[in-house]
Ligand binder design. Sequence first.
Ligand code: F6R
Length: 625
Amino acid sequence: MCGIVGYVGHRQALNLAVDALRRMEYRGYDSAGVAVVGKDADGHNAIHAVKRAGKIANLDDRIAEVGVDKFEGTTAIGHTRWATHGRPTDENAHPHLSYDGKVAVVHNGIIENFASLREELERDGIELVSDTDSEVAPHLLAQAYNEGDTAGDFRASALKVLNRLEGAFTILFTHADHPDEIIAARRSTPLIVGVGDGEMFLGSDVAAFIEHTKHAVELGQDTVVYLAADYYDILNFDGTPAQGNPFTIDWDLEAAEKGGFDSFMMKEIHEQPAAIRDTLAGHWDGERVTLDENNLADTDLKSFDQVFVVACGSAYHSGLLAKYAIEHWVRIPVQIEVASEFRYRDPVLGERTLVLAISQSGETADTLEAVRHAKAQGAKVLAVCNTNGSQIPRESDAVLYTHAGPEIGVASTKAFLAQVVANYIVGLALAQAQGTKYPDEIREIWNALEEIPDKVQQVLDTREDIAAVSRALGAVRTMLFLGRGVGFPVSLEGALKLKELAYIHAEGFAAGELKHGPIALIEDDLPVVIVVPSPRGVKLLHSKIVSNIQEIRARGAKTIVIAEEGDTAVEPYANWLIRIPQTPSIMQPLLATVPLQFLAADIAEECGNEDIDKPRNLAKSVTVE
Ligand code: F6R
């Protein structure tokens, strides 16, 4: 996490960098800062840095206090931070400067050997002013530039320092004596170059510069890029030439902005029909399911005898649904595990194991490490990912991209539904290859999937009814979510959304587990959401949950019942009834999740959280374990 931006060109760099940071803020908002390479009062080259704890608005205020005219210059780097080492304070904010004030550095990731480097710098009499691991880098660069065999050579000094850093990082260096250059490097965490006309950009992702150019270059692992206004040079860490991967960005700026909604999250909830449609697109050739971006041969798909799903948070919940679908359609066992636990035990994997790694960002460190572990054990890894060119798909054997578009709201909404759809596509491809479903059965499921975007739209159209529920509930203190069958992962997802957005206690349970403990939580007026399975599906499941609703009502709970149209059996037991269209049971989560997203956003507002796009303590992509 942390967002990084850079600019070298012919325009005033300050505003450009701050605007780019605004679009990176979803990656972390513990602090923000920029450094512009310009001149001091005597006309000498100098770095002008400004940084502040908190959101970018604080940085804006600080810049206004100091005066914009103090930041003249056409080269800048910037950073928005998600704190790892050191509290979110002004001192710990980036950029960090060197002891001689000539080097500015922004950094994303972790420098694992920072303690020994820090000791070494302190022995040399250098006083470090922050608690961060990052601050060692500018001092080391200044030392390398000021003395020894790399003295006066910015590029050689940067390479020398980079080769001393251990860990995963993206790092940008500027030097006052080289006002028209930036040197940047990436090891594991992302960095993209934007190529403009007489100007170059850097960003943790393309949203940093899509306003200015659609031409981008993805940097490979362990590469360094040297940037000037009109050219870039990519090197390996040993200084030998390396290649990047040029591509044209197909997102436009509007896609990355709010489009008339109060928040990105609201916009993204409303984009779900399109996200599903786009994720399905191209995977049905009229006869068969196709996995076009997938490198797994049909023989591989045929050979798998078990599936392991690894993912975190909402992506994990989408994986729980993959288990229901794949076991039902393919009749092979599916295990699922939160990625952070996976490699720390000893999962039994082999050549015939398919590991499904699900990640919106493609950067989540826990999932990435699980992928590496799975590959080391000889399993085949298929990534389900929303971010082109990110690390998880790069390290996987194959990838199925979700096409949800950029998700800026920190709480996942459209990417979650797109993941569920992608998981189902994988399930159908496996069923097809292994012959566990007849072609006409697969076609029928596919047709039902294709109807989902319109049905999601119907749920979106009930927005006002759902808002009325939250208004009536007000600022609740705790809330429970119950489900059975595929409704259980939905209840987990509903509870997670509420925790994230409203900062209140919320829990999801399998409704059948209630009587084994959680029912003790039920008290007068406790709001409980119940996701009711279709009465047209497994009849017993439906009647059991109706009994569960009665049990909690008898103990004073207020029930918010999500049930499909025509399910009259639940009507007497619902304080509020939210209707969703009829659909096959396995697809119901794609509809039932939507009201829970609205509910979480509305209750967050009732509870006083005004910025649902950036819930406290969270970051969009979690690149630390
Ligand atoms: C919840 C949420 C997180 C992510 C999780 C995994 O709303 O967004 O729980 O789902 O951090 O992130 P990705 O999918 O990027 O690996």
